[in-house]
Design a protein around this ligand. Sequence first.
Ligand code: ADP
Ligand code: MG
Length: 464
Amino acid sequence: MSDNAQAIWSAAQQTLRGMLKTELYNLWFAPVSASRMDGDVLTLEVADEFCEFWLKDNYLDVLRSVVSRTAVRPVQIAFAVRAAESAGSTASGTANSAESTEASSTPLAPIPSPVAKEPSTRRPEAFFNPNNVFDTFVVGSNNHHAHAASVAVAQKPGLTYNPLFLFGGVGLGKTHLLQAIGQHVHAHRRNARIGYLSCERFTNEFIEALQNGQLPKFRKKYRELDVLLIDDVQFLAGKERIQEEFFHTFNALHDCHKQIVLTCDRPANEIQGLEQRLTSRFEWGMTADLKAPDVETRLAILHKKAAALSVELPPEIISFLANRIRTNIRRLEGALVRVAAYAQLTGKSLDLETIETLLREILQEEGKVAISIGEIQRRVADYFDIRLADMTSKRRPENIAFPRQIAMYLARQLTDHSLSSIGDAFGGRDHGTVLHACRQVRDRMEVESKVRQDVGYLEKQLTR
Ligand code: ADP
Ligand code: MG
């Protein structure tokens, strides 16, 4: 362990301890140690991948600024994961070491599992973020349906909606609700076997099991759960083998009335390259979407989060944040944490100009509309009265081909997707086709007022 790294980190810990609620500090920051300082990069060692993600998601900015202030120069933060301290955690306890841990001298105390508040003979199968519970979830018109369905499922797993399929854009609370369901079930049914994991992880475990000849074990593990919570099932797109496996897991659980909850960044029928039998199963139970929050909900979220961080911000700053960050709650939270950390570290009163500078990148990101290609395709197909399937089909009559090109153009204008991923979403076309479509639409907008009107109208509708 490098003395320098440890000295900086210990001092930074003191500051963090003063800034954060004790419980929060003890749970997430106290067990972290520093392993080395390479140039401007301080490497922090955490117990598992989940801690790494959680710290990165929620506190990277704060860590960076506290450590930089301590070291009196800009410092970047890197993470290294120690080998998992115990085997047998169903969901996420088997993080592999991302970096070597030979530098460690004393073993890191295991982070207490956030949900196991009292000694229990059963270790919960999944790690959950303690913030992702129903109590901290702000219900608004954008998410009340998804929230109500999640509560119903959490109260009576397997008996109400099965599966529950939650979908919506990035940062709108899908993972939060999924984990809230898991934590609620765990708190009320100590013996329930809960599996919570990302679809990507499910895939990786499957591949590993396949390679190591451990498929029976893998299957037993997932087919004997009481509740299976899978995040981001859009990851199944185009992966036939894992779809097959998932299909059987799904059936085994569903047949036994075990609860399944899935999240996705789009409706099931818009996952390109998903087998029909899975699409239809995903729609069997209840589907509920999460939309971007309205301004009242954004204000309520900010007030709640500020209270949780124990910061008081002037009303004009809260309303500035609520008005400027509309499409992504994670971003809204990130902005709040940044502003709060700045206020606490500098002790200065904040004016809007400072905030604008502080949040420049976040506000720039926000400028790009969070909108999915699927949504664009749907609106364009509706508007021109063609079938959604024609957005991805090879049919070429002008009354279909041109709307398709308009949709590609809008996807290019309104999303962050690359040309080739837009091409993929339009039935596997290549990036040259998308580029050509964009040019075509632009050229015609120059000379045809009707095209200008159509595109202008759609753009406005989509970004409203
Ligand atoms: P997604 O999985 O949809 O991308 P997350 O569930 O990770 O989004 O949410 C992003 C962040 O916003 C999380 O920190 C989450 O706690 C917070 N969040 C989302 N929706 C709400 C809400 N309605 N109330 C409070 N916090 C929310
Ligand atoms: Mg998520």
